[in-house]
Design a protein around this ligand. Sequence first.
Ligand code: AMP
Length: 381
Amino acid sequence: MTTVGILGGGQLARMLALSGAPLGLRFLVMDTVADACAGQFAPLLVGDYRDEAALAEFASKVDVATFDFENVPAESAEWLSARVPVFPNPRALAVAQDRLAEKTLFRELGIPVPEFAAVATRAELDGALATVGVPCILKTRRLGYDGKGQFRIRTLADADAAWAALGAQAATVGLIVEAFVPFERELSVVAVRGRDGEFRTWPLTENWHVDGVLSASLAPAKVDAALADTATAYARRLAERMDYVGVFALELFCRDGQLLANELAPRVHNSGHWTIEGAEASQFQNHLRAVLGLPLGAPAMRGHACMLNWIGAMPEAGPVLAEAGGHWHDYGKEPREGRKVGHATLRADEPQALAAALERVGQALGRQAQVAPPVAVLRAG
Ligand code: AMP
């Protein structure tokens, strides 16, 4: 009996556990809170990631460890890896935790990135604005997610307000200024690499955000083959350099037909949730296979899929369940503003059938279902 330990007990851990059940796997999830939603499906160990006693208990009960949450302290991941195999490796986790280290690595590997500069003081912010230019975004280097820890700087006159909002964090999590990219579209490549180095990607996905939070993902993205090949090549370069094992997502901006890397998520990713019903092997299934050293499943798609995120509160399920290709995921979380509480995936063999299904769901659910952007892409033919 193999037990997979997961650090972080949110919906990603929950979907990993659900996906691992047919493989006969057991799970142990560790989280800082007792109501972590993965605890509804797997034993939950409540503890601080910096607490050695809790980590030691976790290590003693699992055969292999992985993450649902990339901000587990890198030292904790390191400590754990001396006791039990940890995938992805703590070095990869450490790079992905720091926007500066991540962007520096992208550049080193020839992966284009928006202009950026590290900022430690108010004076350095002025220097960064001079080199990077405006508009730009001041971001925390660490611990930011879903658009949190970010301040848009439209003109130089916004510098004081940006510093007032985030300056105090320069000494703790660090800051970075990034050029604002007026992108045409946001894309992501979800990839998996096995322990033996085997590398696979799911079809490129197009993503839309509202207030920095993912609202919809459409796969396959409508892009030409050369662009998709470039995205895949970037992901492979990163995976090989980091000796990465498991699933990760590379988020990209597309502007004037060129790709710019935004960030790397060292875990299964929201933009890959459609793979549960839309691909032969889901990102969750392949992440588990990768960390266990099993053969990887095929990422081949079945038709076209669109995922809609439920933010804040779950809508009524009926309109999605009434669709032939409608799939419902309720994470069992308490409703809270801005919180990801579930998603739906709609799947169809033909793009126009998917557009029609999305329109019906959008009509029934109103603003909670952000169907307009994917419908526009599908209808454009
Ligand atoms: P992040 O947490 O860096 O992934 O940012 C969340 C979202 O904010 C992204 O998915 C984009 O929609 C937007 N965003 C972040 N950085 C930039 C940028 N440099 N230029 C334009 N939009 C950005």
